[in-house]
Structures are given as C-alpha cells and as structure tokens.
Design a protein around this ligand. Structure first.
Ligand code: HEC
Length: 129
C-alpha cells in the first residue's frame, strides 16, 4: 500500500513539473529577442536618460557628453552595433575616450531593456542620416 502511494506521489510531481516547464511561452515585450528600434519611443528614452549629458537637442554639453548629431561614430555603425555600444559605454580609462568623462553603461540607467537600447539607437540613427 505504501509503495502504491509513493508511486502515485512521484507521478503527480512529474505532472506538475511537466505542466510548468512545457508550456509554450506567449510573445512578450520584456523577454525574448528584442525587435527593431522604434524611433518615437527611443526619443522618450533619450529625454529620460541621455539628455542630462548629451543635451535636449543632442548637441552635447561641455564637460559632459559629446554631440550626437553630425556624429561620424554613429554614422559609421549599424543600429545593432550602436545598441551594443550604449549597453557597454566607454569609461574614461578607455583609449578611445577623448573627454576624460565616463559614458556610463546604458547611460547610467540599468533599467533600460534590450528593446529600449534598440529604440534609442534607432532615434540616434535618425538624427544622423
Ligand atoms: C553621465 C553622462 C552621460 C550620460 C547620462 C550618457 N552619456 Fe553618452 N557619453 C558621455 C560622454 C562623456 C561621452 C564621450 C566619451 C568619450 O570621451 O569618448 C559619451 C559618448 C556617447 C556616444 C559616442 C559618441 C562619440 O562620438 O564617440 C554615444 C553614441 C552616446 N554617448 C550615447 C548615449 C546614449 C544613447 C545615452 C542614453 C542612453 C547616453 N549616451 C547617456 C556621457 C553620458
């Protein structure tokens, strides 16, 4: 009798595990691969996170961020590479750093998602045709 109970219990656990792990995940905005950048949303991200250093007009602020318009660095990159750059930033010890000021990872806003980074990259690309 005891053995039968044990088998039933084990089978039940198996079912629960299968039910939790086997479901198809519905498309969501938070998980999974991020989609192409959305310029309008990128502009909001820019205003919220980047404008403090790069200026509301993206033309840079002396002693803070560089100008991001007429910017060859941005022009030379794909939207995807730009998103990767923004994710990492460029601190003052980086040999490519010219200002001696940190460009913090994700502009110092760790809550930005991969999608947010794509969106803000699309926005910056739109400023640098
Ligand atoms: C704390 C200030 C600060 C914030 C906030 C900030 N940046 Fe920067 N950013 C910098 C600085 C400083 C540099 C230039 C670093 C250097 O000397 O190479 C820079 C450089 C860059 C560059 C490279 C420009 C070039 O010509 O090399 C890009 C692109 C950039 N930032 C995008 C962003 C985006 C997008 C955000 C918002 C998500 C952001 N930054 C937020 C300070 C900031």
């Amino acid at each position: 009798m005891k053995t039968i109970k044990l088998i039933a219990f084990t089978a039940l656990i198996g079912l629960v595990v299968a039910a939790c792990g086997g479901g198809e995940s519905a498309p969501s905005t938070s998980g999974g691969p991020a989609g192409p950048g959305d310029i309008a949303h990128g502009s909001e991200i820019y205003k919220g996170t980047c404008a403090t250093c790069h200026g509301g007009d993206a033309k840079g602020i002396d002693g803070l961020g560089r100008s991001l318009v007429n910017n060859e660095f941005i022009q030379s990159m794909s939207e995807q590479d730009l998103a990767t750059f923004i994710k990492v930033g460029r601190d003052r010890d980086d040999p490519d750093n010219t200002t001696g000021v940190d460009m913090p990872p994700k502009g110092g806003n760790p809550s930005l998602t991969e999608q947010d980074l794509n969106d803000v990259s699309a926005y910056l690309k739109s400023l640098n045709p």
